[in-house]
Write a protein of this length. Structure first.
Length: 332
């Protein structure tokens, strides 16, 4: 029997790509979500409400891996109702999975729980790694902290390895994602620095995100907290220049904080999502031997230009001509 991968929040942005990734490897994938909207169609789908027991619990028996990505989107205004839903959706789902794992006769080998790079303090002076990183403050940090406390506090059998993934900004060329929004803004000439422009960006190409998750699943000795980011951290000024170069737009109007606040209210989101500096260094992935295929932001953005949507992302790469390089002598 093929190894079973159970993915919670499988109909969300990251869940769709992970479901397709593991299915293409021949794994048995069980997708769990509140409804089928957004589901990629890969594997088997089971519904849950994100907090109570149900038939989905049976899928955890003897699973190779359980991956929890469930949680309300943070791309919204942080008023009281949304704050409560953001926090409760993460804690309730994590606790429900913990209870199900504890009740398994044959528990899963590993449980990966999504987290966020916003656990770390606002940093522009030095990278924040898993060993020496300093905790942040404010609503985003409180959510990240409570999320991890619920995860690590869940009493599960010792046979189940736990890994909390502190994930940076994941890039894929899909409607409504960060990549899509920044590309469209830049094409309109609005791709200048945002705010001061010195805030760092922790990001990762979707392909490397998928490979990193698989890497963690396959490493039987890796547990605890793992930063899932790329090893390069451009500041916002450099970040927007990369997008301008990618779409061929020579100008980019800057946006001050007050302009961003007006725009955020109009788009029903928070300026924190672009103004907070995130510098989460993937020290543990590096030290364990993981190697990135897209380590430079410019290369990652350029690669994604031709990989639109889920099907476009997983389409086999077409052969590219080596051009004049085939005629040039090899250099040392």
């Amino acid at each position: 029997m093929n190894p079973v991968i159970v993915i919670f929040g499988a109909n969300g942005f990251l869940g769709r790509y992970l479901s397709r990734h593991f299915t293409r490897q021949g794994r048995e994938v069980v997708c769990v979500g509140r409804n089928r909207k957004g589901w990629s169609g890969d594997g088997m789908f089971l519904e849950w409400d994100g907090k109570t027991a149900g038939p989905w619990e049976l899928a955890l028996e003897g699973a190779e891996a359980v991956i929890n990505l469930a949680g309300r989107s943070v791309n919204c205004r942080y008023h009281e109702t949304n704050r409560r839903e953001i926090l409760e959706s993460r804690i309730d789902s994590t606790r429900a999975i913990g209870r199900a794992v504890a009740a398994c006769k044959v528990p899963p080998k590993v449980w990966l729980n999504a987290g966020t790079a916003t656990w770390y303090r606002h940093a522009e002076d030095k990278p924040q790694d898993e060993w020496s990183g300093e905790p942040g403050e404010g609503f985003s940090y409180e959510v990240a902290r409570a999320w991890e406390e619920a995860f690590f506090g869940a009493p599960v059998p010792g046979d189940t390895r736990k890994v909390a993934l502190r994930i940076g900004m994941v890039l894929a060329n899909e409607e409504g994602t960060v990549f899509d929004v920044l590309t469209k803004l830049t094409a309109l000439g609005l791709g200048g620095r945002m705010g001061g422009g010195t805030q760092r960006v922790s990001w990762i190409h979707m392909e490397d995100f998928l490979r990193a998750v698989e890497f963690v699943v396959n490493d039987p000795f890796l547990s605890g907290v793992v930063n899932v980011t790329a090893p390069e951290f451009p500041d916002n000024r450099e970040w927007m220049e990369i997008f301008r170069n990618a779409v061929g737009m020579p100008i980019g109007l800057p946006a001050s904080r007050w302009m961003l606040e007006i725009g955020a209210r109009f788009m029903r989101t928070e300026t924190e999502l672009v103004l907070k500096s995130r510098w989460a260094a993937p020290l543990r992935l590096h030290d364990e031997g993981f190697r990135w295929r897209h380590a430079r932001a410019a290369d990652a953005v350029a690669d994604l230009q031709g990989r639109r949507g889920l099907s476009g992302f997983f389409r086999p790469a077409t052969a590219r001509s080596a051009g004049a390089k085939v005629w040039l002598p090899a250099t040392r």
